[in-house]
Ligand binder design. Sequence first.
Ligand SMILES: *Cc1c(COP(=O)(O)O)cnc(C)c1O
Length: 194
Amino acid sequence: MVIMSPVTAYYSEKLKVIIAEKYSRAADGGVGYAKAAGNYAAQFYPTNLAREKGFHQVIWTDAQNHEFLEEAGTMNVFFRVQDTLITAPTSDRILDGVTRKSIIDLAHAKGIDVSIRKFSVTELIDAHKAGDVKEIFGSGTAATVSAISGFSHNETFYDLHDQSDSYAHLFKGLLQDIQYNRSEDPFGWRHKVL
Ligand SMILES: *Cc1c(COP(=O)(O)O)cnc(C)c1O
């Protein structure tokens, strides 16, 4: 069964997120990679706890050690460290989102360095302390690109500052211009519905 429904943009403000230290969204050997209805139940409780603490979403980490950064809410997640864009490789816990793939293609086309690798919480915090974390954003069809304003880990909040050359803003514009037929589509993503 395929269920469809129109939705508005999920998030209009920048998101404050908390990095998961206890709960997991998806398990090894599970269906975290699929857009299956049963995929979403596990996150309601930890997301509600995050909301009670004043956060919009949870950044999910690996289920074993909560060490590697995986997804943001129901979005894939990108980290801009200096001018390199980092995102986790897909796995059975990470959904292989089309928006993630599109952003990787757009970044390549714009000459932006993309690093698809495991990225740990420790590395993120060290890079933040060094002043190298410029942006974090989530990607998904409903929200396109959602900028993150800061993240919390181990009771510490790490702020992110607005970037005048924001990648989140750039990719959202480029992607929506292709989606809405406002620009050329050099990738062949658009198909005419006959
Ligand atoms: C939908 C979804 C995404 C984003 O996938 P898109 O194909 O870009 O919409 C990422 N993670 C999860 C868990 C999702 O449900």
